[in-house]
Design a protein around this ligand. Structure first.
Ligand SMILES: [Zn+2]
Length: 269
């Protein structure tokens, strides 16, 4: 599933191709995604792109009038085609750009979304989202204050979008390892020092992943079509039974709800 670093990588990948350009039209071959592709997108003609932004795991194309909100869902992918190419089976949406390129959306499982918004402030998918993890608003103080009366385990608590957006399963496990904190501890057991270290670790893990072009899981491809390279560097995620890279102790797995969590019983407390 594309996580925040992959979405940010996609944003950076398509931005130079579309910002300041005009979307001549959208070609929607299959509108049946997680929600039906909005009519305004299907009918789109000659709209200038002012900027390409990201909020949580949503890509936001700011047009001279209105916004396109894109979510990659479970298996969505955006690519830049320098010139048009015939679509294949899962290529559901194209944006035809005035400079001759095509932004192509491919999504085998069709859990992604293409939504229209006249005003982002009233967008139902963006309302109620917590702070961006890489913003100054998100820090140890924020985590500490929010954790005071939370007895839920830290790991699923971190993945709640109302606390902070974009900390998915992989990055929650990895950040807790870097911070040396056990994922099953109650959130309210965090000391101020723990909270500061955890916020710092989340930022560091996400930034490193963005720099490296996003984590590869299954079929994620970078915006230029090449696979990302972060997967080899995961410390704990998906490594149950393998030796901890820091101390050699076998990595353990646990379940929180439906989600697997990975940790080192020696390095994390
Ligand atoms: Zn260890």
């Amino acid at each position: 599933m594309p996580e925040l670093p992959e979405v940010e990588t996609s944003r950076r990948g398509i931005e130079p191709w579309v910002a300041g350009q005009t979307i001549l039209r959208a070609e929607v071959r299959n509108a049946r995604l997680r929600w039906p592709v909005d009519e305004e997108i299907i009918a789109l003609r000659d709209r200038r792109v002012l900027s390409v932004q990201r909020r949580a795991k949503y890509l936001l194309l700011e047009l001279d009038q209105g916004w396109i909100i894109i979510h990659l869902g479970m298996s969505g992918r955006l690519r830049v085609l320098p010139q048009p190419q015939p679509p294949e089976k899962h290529d559901h949406v194209d944006l035809v750009i005035s400079n001759g390129c095509v932004i192509r959306y491919t999504d085998p499982r069709r859990f992604g979304a293409w939504l229209w918004s006249d005003n982002l402030l009233t967008s139902r998918v963006l309302a109620h989202l917590g702070p961006e993890p890489l913003s100054d608003e998100f820090d140890g103080r924020w985590l500490y204050e929010k954790s005071r009366n939370k007895r839920t385990p830290i790991k699923p608590w971190l993945m709640d979008n109302k606390l902070v957006v974009g900390v998915g399963n992989i990055y929650a496990s990895e950040s807790l390892f870097v911070a040396g904190i056990l994922p099953c501890r109650a959130a309210n057991s965090l000391s101020e020092e723990d909270a500061a270290l955890l916020a710092q670790s989340i930022k560091a893990v996400l930034l490193r992943s963005i720099e490296q072009g996003g984590t590869t899981l299954r079929d994620f491809l970078q915006s230029d079509g090449k696979p990302g390279y972060f997967v080899q560097e995961l410390q704990v995620y998906g490594r149950a039974g393998e030796p901890c890279r820091a101390c050699g102790t076998p990595i353990q797995a646990a379940k929180h709800g439906q989600r697997s969590t990975f940790f080192c019983p020696q390095c994390q407390h």
